[in-house]
Design a binder for this molecule. Structure first.
Ligand code: ATR
Length: 280
């Protein structure tokens, strides 16, 4: 029988996860289908219980459900520490929760950075994505600085890390950036339709800085354009993170090696086909 997977979130209609996972199923010849389900926070518990009853094989969880979903699954230790899940596997009968955002971002970063240990990393944001990314960077021995609009939230995040400090987005950020090896935008700033927004401009970047934006629509965000202007040699776009977190979920569900190249191509093809300024 066809195995059904999906993503739950709100909004979720324009998620590229269905295109990405269905391309992977097709490549591997699996009899499976991945769908998007719009689920509100109030319906989350019933949705997970219902998915289990219906025999759904696996789910991704996205905004705004990642933190709340933790309460309705048996979560892996790492996901518990991060405080959010983005993947549910129903394979064992009970829903098991994982967080693959951190693994995904690390894999994306490692395409351009050889050694994470000892690197000075500035993360913009202190939400769910920032939590997952900083957790892994910290575990691998990076020196993490969290810069967030709401400073208390940044301080709260650093309190669960080993070697991290928190700052605001103003003058402190300007001062710190000169000295950084890696800059990661883990906020939604720059995401369509606010494509002209960026928290950091070219004049604050140096050419040896690695710049990574988790926003994937547009593929080249304002932050990445500013990086280009500053002569930055190594950039990572949000598609990479989307693909690697999805690939990690795929592997949990199917126990098969995900066809990364096909998954990435499927996502980039869709993004490249979106006419400029079309509202998503
Ligand atoms: P996610 O789970 O995707 O990380 P989130 O938990 O809502 O989403 O976190 C969003 C992050 O983007 C937060 O760090 C938020 O800053 P605050 O903690 O101050 O809210 C940040 N963010 C969103 N819009 C922003 C903006 N316009 N300027 C600066 N930071 C912004």
């Amino acid at each position: 029988m066809k195995r059904i997977y999906g993503i739950i979130g709100d909004p979720v209609a324009h998620s590229l996860s269905p295109v990405m996972h269905n391309a992977a199923f097709e490549k591997l010849g699996l009899d499976a289908l991945y769908l998007a389900f719009r689920v509100s926070k109030g319906e989350l518990k019933d949705a997970i219980r219902g998915a289990k009853s219906l025999g759904i094989a696996g789910l991704n969880v996205t905004i705004p459900l990642k933190e709340k979903a933790l309460f309705f699954v048996n979560a892996e230790e790492e996901a518990k520490k991060i405080g959010a899940i983005n993947t549910i596997d129903f394979g064992s009968g009970t829903p098991v929760g994982y967080n693959t955002d951190g693994i995904g971002s690390m894999q994306a970063l490692k395409e351009v950075v050889d050694e994470i240990k000892g690197k000075k990393v500035l993360i913009l944001g202190a939400g769910g994505a920032a939590r997952a990314i900083s957790f892994y960077l910290d575990a691998e021995g990076a020196k993490v600085t969290i810069a967030n609009r709401t400073k208390e939230r940044a301080a709260q995040l650093t309190s669960i890390l080993h070697n991290a400090k928190s700052i605001g987005l103003g003058a402190e950020l300007t001062k710190q950036l000169k000295d950084m090896d890696i800059l990661i935008n883990a906020t939604s700033v720059g995401m369509h339709p606010n494509e002209d927004a960026t928290l950091v401009r070219a004049d604050l970047m140096h050419p040896d800085l690695v710049v990574f934006d988790i926003v994937y629509n547009p593929m080249e965000t304002k932050l990445l354009k500013e990086a280009k202007k500053a002569g930055v040699k190594k950039v990572v776009d949000g598609v990479k993170m989307l693909v690697y977190q999805g690939a990690a979920s795929f592997k949990i569900w199917t126990k098969k090696e995900p066809p990364i190249a096909e998954m990435e191509k499927a996502v980039r093809d869709v993004l490249n086909s979106i006419p400029k300024r079309k509202v998503l």
